[in-house]
Design a protein around this ligand. Sequence first.
Ligand SMILES: [Zn+2]
Length: 331
Amino acid sequence: MTVSTQTVSTIQFPYKRTLGPVMGRFFSELTARRIVGIRSGERVIVPPMEYDPETGNELARDFVEVGPAGTVRSWTWVAEPIESHPLERPFAFVLIRLDGADTDMVHVLDAGAEDAVYTGMRVAPRWRDEPVGRIDDIVCFVPGERAEAPEGEPGEAREVTTMEYFSTITYTDVLSPTLVRYASNLRAGKLTGQRCPRCNRVFLGRGYCSVDAIRLGPELDEDLPDRGVVSNYTIVTPTPYPGQKETEPFARASVVLEGDEMVIAQQQILDLPVSEIRVGMRVRAEWMPEAERDAAEITSKGWGTVAGFIKGWRPTGEPDEPAEQYMNRVF
Ligand SMILES: [Zn+2]
Protein backbone atom coordinates (compact mmCIF):
# COMPACT_ATOMS: atom_id res chain seq x y z
CA MET A 1 0.00 0.00 0.00
CA THR A 2 1.47 3.37 -0.92
CA VAL A 3 1.87 6.36 1.34
CA SER A 4 2.18 9.93 0.10
CA THR A 5 5.80 11.04 0.40
CA GLN A 6 5.01 14.59 1.40
CA THR A 7 2.54 16.56 3.43
CA VAL A 8 1.61 20.20 2.93
CA SER A 9 0.91 22.21 6.07
CA THR A 10 -0.31 25.74 6.63
CA ILE A 11 0.28 27.75 9.77
CA GLN A 12 -1.96 30.79 10.03
CA PHE A 13 -2.22 33.36 12.79
CA PRO A 14 -3.95 36.73 13.12
CA TYR A 15 -1.67 39.74 13.13
CA LYS A 16 -2.53 43.30 14.03
CA ARG A 17 -0.30 46.37 14.02
CA THR A 18 -0.83 50.02 14.65
CA LEU A 19 -0.04 52.22 11.68
CA GLY A 20 1.13 55.42 13.31
CA PRO A 21 0.27 58.92 12.11
CA VAL A 22 1.91 58.75 8.68
CA MET A 23 0.98 55.32 7.30
CA GLY A 24 -2.35 55.75 9.09
CA ARG A 25 -3.01 58.87 7.03
CA PHE A 26 -2.08 57.05 3.80
CA PHE A 27 -4.52 54.21 4.52
CA SER A 28 -7.23 56.60 5.75
CA GLU A 29 -7.05 58.52 2.46
CA LEU A 30 -7.46 55.30 0.48
CA THR A 31 -10.95 54.94 2.00
CA ALA A 32 -11.85 58.13 0.09
CA ARG A 33 -10.05 56.87 -3.06
CA ARG A 34 -7.16 59.29 -2.67
CA ILE A 35 -3.44 58.51 -2.71
CA VAL A 36 -1.16 60.74 -0.66
CA GLY A 37 2.57 61.13 -0.34
CA ILE A 38 4.65 63.22 2.05
CA ARG A 39 6.92 66.14 1.25
CA SER A 40 10.62 65.58 2.01
CA GLY A 41 12.56 68.67 0.95
CA GLU A 42 12.00 69.07 -2.79
CA ARG A 43 10.66 65.57 -3.16
CA VAL A 44 7.31 63.83 -2.60
CA ILE A 45 7.64 60.31 -1.21
CA VAL A 46 4.86 57.79 -1.94
CA PRO A 47 3.80 55.87 0.08
CA PRO A 48 4.67 58.42 2.78
CA MET A 49 7.42 57.71 5.30
CA GLU A 50 7.88 59.05 8.81
CA TYR A 51 11.57 59.81 8.27
CA ASP A 52 13.66 61.19 5.44
CA PRO A 53 15.28 58.03 4.01
CA GLU A 54 18.51 59.92 3.31
CA THR A 55 19.08 61.78 6.57
CA GLY A 56 16.88 59.89 9.01
CA ASN A 57 15.32 63.18 10.11
CA GLU A 58 11.67 63.15 11.06
CA LEU A 59 9.53 64.68 8.34
CA ALA A 60 6.94 67.39 8.90
CA ARG A 61 3.54 65.89 8.17
CA ASP A 62 3.07 67.76 4.93
CA PHE A 63 0.88 65.41 2.89
CA VAL A 64 0.39 65.84 -0.85
CA GLU A 65 -2.23 64.16 -3.01
CA VAL A 66 -0.67 62.38 -6.00
CA GLY A 67 -1.88 60.41 -9.04
CA PRO A 68 -4.14 58.68 -9.37
CA ALA A 69 -2.52 57.91 -12.75
CA GLY A 70 1.16 57.26 -13.17
CA THR A 71 3.89 55.79 -15.35
CA VAL A 72 5.34 52.28 -15.20
CA ARG A 73 9.04 52.51 -14.41
CA SER A 74 9.81 48.81 -14.19
CA TRP A 75 7.89 45.56 -14.19
CA THR A 76 8.02 41.79 -13.98
CA TRP A 77 5.46 39.40 -15.43
CA VAL A 78 3.84 36.69 -13.27
CA ALA A 79 2.61 34.03 -15.69
CA GLU A 80 1.34 31.60 -13.07
CA PRO A 81 -0.02 33.34 -9.99
CA ILE A 82 0.05 31.40 -6.73
CA GLU A 83 -2.56 31.50 -3.97
CA SER A 84 -0.93 34.37 -2.09
CA HIS A 85 -0.78 36.65 -5.15
CA PRO A 86 -3.31 39.49 -5.37
CA LEU A 87 -4.75 38.44 -8.74
CA GLU A 88 -5.75 34.98 -9.89
CA ARG A 89 -4.88 35.61 -13.55
CA PRO A 90 -1.46 36.41 -15.05
CA PHE A 91 -0.41 39.93 -14.09
CA ALA A 92 2.65 42.17 -13.66
CA PHE A 93 4.25 43.49 -10.52
CA VAL A 94 5.10 47.08 -11.40
CA LEU A 95 6.99 50.03 -10.00
CA ILE A 96 4.78 53.06 -10.70
CA ARG A 97 5.79 56.70 -10.52
CA LEU A 98 2.47 58.32 -9.68
CA ASP A 99 1.92 61.79 -11.13
CA GLY A 100 3.29 64.32 -8.65
CA ALA A 101 5.50 61.76 -6.87
CA ASP A 102 9.29 61.49 -6.88
CA THR A 103 9.52 57.88 -5.78
CA ASP A 104 8.11 54.66 -7.21
CA MET A 105 5.41 52.60 -5.56
CA VAL A 106 5.13 48.86 -6.05
CA HIS A 107 1.73 47.56 -7.08
CA VAL A 108 0.01 45.20 -9.47
CA LEU A 109 -0.93 45.76 -13.11
CA ASP A 110 -3.74 43.90 -14.82
CA ALA A 111 -2.81 44.29 -18.48
CA GLY A 112 -4.12 41.00 -19.88
CA ALA A 113 -0.91 39.85 -21.55
CA GLU A 114 2.81 40.21 -21.09
CA ASP A 115 3.34 41.91 -24.44
CA ALA A 116 0.90 44.68 -23.43
CA VAL A 117 3.25 45.81 -20.65
CA TYR A 118 6.14 48.19 -21.21
CA THR A 119 8.23 50.63 -19.25
CA GLY A 120 6.78 54.11 -19.76
CA MET A 121 3.17 52.96 -20.17
CA ARG A 122 0.48 55.02 -18.48
CA VAL A 123 -1.65 53.33 -15.84
CA ALA A 124 -4.40 54.25 -13.36
CA PRO A 125 -5.93 52.51 -10.34
CA ARG A 126 -8.94 50.20 -10.31
CA TRP A 127 -10.59 50.86 -6.94
CA ARG A 128 -12.30 48.26 -4.79
CA ASP A 129 -16.08 48.69 -4.43
CA GLU A 130 -15.99 49.30 -0.68
CA PRO A 131 -12.59 50.65 0.43
CA VAL A 132 -11.49 49.49 3.89
CA GLY A 133 -8.18 51.30 4.31
CA ARG A 134 -5.74 48.71 2.95
CA ILE A 135 -3.32 48.78 0.03
CA ASP A 136 -5.63 46.45 -1.90
CA ASP A 137 -8.34 49.12 -1.88
CA ILE A 138 -6.51 49.63 -5.16
CA VAL A 139 -7.33 46.19 -6.58
CA CYS A 140 -4.72 46.74 -9.29
CA PHE A 141 -3.64 49.30 -11.87
CA VAL A 142 -5.00 49.16 -15.41
CA PRO A 143 -3.68 50.64 -18.67
CA GLY A 144 -4.75 54.21 -19.41
CA GLU A 145 -5.27 57.55 -17.72
CA ARG A 146 -8.62 56.99 -16.07
CA ALA A 147 -9.14 55.40 -12.68
CA GLU A 148 -11.84 52.74 -12.56
CA ALA A 149 -14.22 53.15 -9.64
CA PRO A 150 -17.81 52.36 -8.76
CA GLU A 151 -20.48 54.94 -9.61
CA GLY A 152 -20.80 57.97 -7.37
CA GLU A 153 -18.45 60.03 -5.26
CA PRO A 154 -16.51 58.34 -2.49
CA GLY A 155 -17.51 59.29 1.04
CA GLU A 156 -15.35 61.20 3.52
CA ALA A 157 -12.10 59.53 4.48
CA ARG A 158 -12.46 57.27 7.53
CA GLU A 159 -9.70 57.18 10.10
CA VAL A 160 -7.67 53.97 9.85
CA THR A 161 -5.32 53.35 12.78
CA THR A 162 -4.53 49.64 12.63
CA MET A 163 -3.90 46.97 10.06
CA GLU A 164 -5.19 43.44 10.62
CA TYR A 165 -4.46 40.39 8.58
CA PHE A 166 -3.74 36.68 8.76
CA SER A 167 -0.10 35.85 8.50
CA THR A 168 0.13 32.56 6.65
CA ILE A 169 3.00 30.20 5.98
CA THR A 170 2.48 27.12 3.82
CA TYR A 171 5.26 24.58 3.72
CA THR A 172 5.86 21.11 2.34
CA ASP A 173 7.23 18.39 4.56
CA VAL A 174 9.02 15.73 2.53
CA LEU A 175 9.03 12.30 4.15
CA SER A 176 12.30 10.39 4.26
CA PRO A 177 12.38 6.88 2.73
CA THR A 178 12.52 5.52 6.30
CA LEU A 179 9.29 7.32 7.24
CA VAL A 180 7.56 6.20 4.06
CA ARG A 181 8.44 2.56 4.89
CA TYR A 182 7.39 3.08 8.51
CA ALA A 183 4.01 4.55 7.48
CA SER A 184 3.41 1.83 4.86
CA ASN A 185 4.01 -0.81 7.52
CA LEU A 186 1.64 0.94 9.95
CA ARG A 187 -0.98 0.99 7.22
CA ALA A 188 -0.57 -2.78 6.96
CA GLY A 189 -1.03 -3.06 10.74
CA LYS A 190 2.64 -3.63 11.52
CA LEU A 191 4.70 -1.63 13.97
CA THR A 192 8.31 -1.54 12.79
CA GLY A 193 11.49 0.07 14.00
CA GLN A 194 15.19 0.01 13.35
CA ARG A 195 17.64 -1.38 15.85
CA CYS A 196 20.96 0.39 16.15
CA PRO A 197 23.75 -2.20 15.75
CA ARG A 198 25.97 -0.26 18.13
CA CYS A 199 23.73 0.56 21.14
CA ASN A 200 20.82 -1.85 20.49
CA ARG A 201 18.23 0.93 20.87
CA VAL A 202 15.20 0.82 18.59
CA PHE A 203 13.91 3.89 16.76
CA LEU A 204 10.58 4.38 14.98
CA GLY A 205 10.83 5.91 11.51
CA ARG A 206 13.94 7.91 12.25
CA GLY A 207 16.60 6.45 9.97
CA TYR A 208 19.50 7.20 12.31
CA CYS A 209 20.59 6.55 15.86
CA SER A 210 20.51 9.84 17.70
CA VAL A 211 22.92 8.50 20.36
CA ASP A 212 25.62 7.10 18.09
CA ALA A 213 24.91 9.44 15.14
CA ILE A 214 24.96 6.63 12.58
CA ARG A 215 22.61 5.95 9.70
CA LEU A 216 20.16 3.06 10.11
CA GLY A 217 19.32 1.54 6.72
CA PRO A 218 16.32 -0.57 5.67
CA GLU A 219 18.26 -3.77 6.42
CA LEU A 220 17.83 -2.94 10.12
CA ASP A 221 14.01 -2.79 9.98
CA GLU A 222 12.34 -5.19 12.35
CA ASP A 223 8.80 -5.97 13.44
CA LEU A 224 7.96 -4.78 16.93
CA PRO A 225 5.26 -6.18 19.22
CA ASP A 226 2.08 -4.14 19.52
CA ARG A 227 1.92 -4.97 23.22
CA GLY A 228 3.59 -3.18 26.06
CA VAL A 229 3.57 -1.81 29.58
CA VAL A 230 2.49 1.63 30.82
CA SER A 231 5.66 3.29 32.10
CA ASN A 232 4.29 6.72 32.91
CA TYR A 233 1.13 8.75 32.56
CA THR A 234 -0.30 12.22 33.06
CA ILE A 235 -3.91 13.08 33.80
CA VAL A 236 -4.91 16.25 32.02
CA THR A 237 -7.83 18.35 33.24
CA PRO A 238 -8.85 20.19 30.08
CA THR A 239 -9.14 23.96 30.05
CA PRO A 240 -11.07 25.44 27.15
CA TYR A 241 -8.98 26.85 24.29
CA PRO A 242 -9.55 26.88 20.52
CA GLY A 243 -9.24 23.34 19.19
CA GLN A 244 -9.61 21.60 22.58
CA LYS A 245 -12.40 19.04 22.18
CA GLU A 246 -11.95 17.25 25.51
CA THR A 247 -14.18 18.29 28.37
CA GLU A 248 -13.47 15.55 30.95
CA PRO A 249 -10.10 14.69 32.53
CA PHE A 250 -8.14 12.36 30.25
CA ALA A 251 -4.84 10.54 30.45
CA ARG A 252 -1.82 10.44 28.18
CA ALA A 253 0.47 7.51 28.84
CA SER A 254 3.90 6.31 27.76
CA VAL A 255 3.97 2.68 26.65
CA VAL A 256 7.20 0.63 26.66
CA LEU A 257 6.92 -2.01 23.97
CA GLU A 258 7.18 -5.55 25.26
CA GLY A 259 10.72 -6.90 25.53
CA ASP A 260 12.18 -3.66 24.27
CA GLU A 261 13.55 -0.27 25.15
CA MET A 262 11.20 1.52 22.79
CA VAL A 263 8.78 3.97 24.41
CA ILE A 264 5.78 5.39 22.59
CA ALA A 265 4.66 8.56 24.35
CA GLN A 266 1.33 10.45 24.46
CA GLN A 267 -0.87 7.38 24.14
CA GLN A 268 -4.50 6.96 25.08
CA ILE A 269 -5.54 4.12 27.40
CA LEU A 270 -8.93 2.77 26.32
CA ASP A 271 -11.83 1.44 28.37
CA LEU A 272 -10.43 2.35 31.76
CA PRO A 273 -11.32 5.24 34.08
CA VAL A 274 -8.31 7.57 34.34
CA SER A 275 -8.16 6.94 38.09
CA GLU A 276 -7.38 3.26 37.45
CA ILE A 277 -4.38 3.72 35.16
CA ARG A 278 -1.23 2.30 36.76
CA VAL A 279 2.45 2.21 35.96
CA GLY A 280 3.32 -1.40 35.14
CA MET A 281 -0.08 -2.16 33.58
CA ARG A 282 0.06 -4.42 30.52
CA VAL A 283 -1.66 -3.10 27.41
CA ARG A 284 -2.23 -4.04 23.78
CA ALA A 285 -2.65 -1.74 20.78
CA GLU A 286 -6.10 -1.12 19.36
CA TRP A 287 -5.53 -0.48 15.66
CA MET A 288 -7.76 1.81 13.63
CA PRO A 289 -9.96 -0.02 11.11
CA GLU A 290 -7.93 -0.44 7.92
CA ALA A 291 -10.06 2.00 5.91
CA GLU A 292 -9.58 4.77 8.50
CA ARG A 293 -5.79 4.57 8.80
CA ASP A 294 -4.29 7.89 7.86
CA ALA A 295 -0.65 8.95 7.52
CA ALA A 296 -1.35 12.70 7.81
CA GLU A 297 0.44 12.92 11.16
CA ILE A 298 3.55 11.07 10.03
CA THR A 299 5.96 13.93 9.40
CA SER A 300 9.70 14.45 9.58
CA LYS A 301 9.30 16.42 12.80
CA GLY A 302 9.83 14.86 16.19
CA TRP A 303 9.54 11.26 17.33
CA GLY A 304 7.93 8.44 15.44
CA THR A 305 4.24 8.66 16.13
CA VAL A 306 1.52 6.04 15.73
CA ALA A 307 -1.24 8.68 15.48
CA GLY A 308 -3.67 7.84 12.70
CA PHE A 309 -2.97 4.12 12.97
CA ILE A 310 -3.29 3.09 16.62
CA LYS A 311 -6.39 4.41 18.36
CA GLY A 312 -5.12 3.65 21.84
CA TRP A 313 -4.09 0.81 24.14
CA ARG A 314 -6.40 -1.58 25.94
CA PRO A 315 -5.50 -3.31 29.23
CA THR A 316 -4.86 -7.02 28.66
CA GLY A 317 -5.92 -8.02 32.19
CA GLU A 318 -2.63 -9.82 32.83
CA PRO A 319 -0.86 -9.17 36.17
CA ASP A 320 1.08 -5.85 36.31
CA GLU A 321 4.83 -5.64 35.97
CA PRO A 322 6.59 -4.14 39.03
CA ALA A 323 6.16 -0.36 38.76
CA GLU A 324 9.72 0.34 40.02
CA GLN A 325 11.06 -1.27 36.86
CA TYR A 326 9.65 1.62 34.85
CA MET A 327 11.14 4.58 36.67
CA ASN A 328 12.57 7.21 34.30
CA ARG A 329 11.00 5.69 31.23
CA VAL A 330 8.95 8.56 29.85
CA PHE A 331 10.58 8.68 26.42
ZN1 LIG B 1 22.89 3.60 18.71
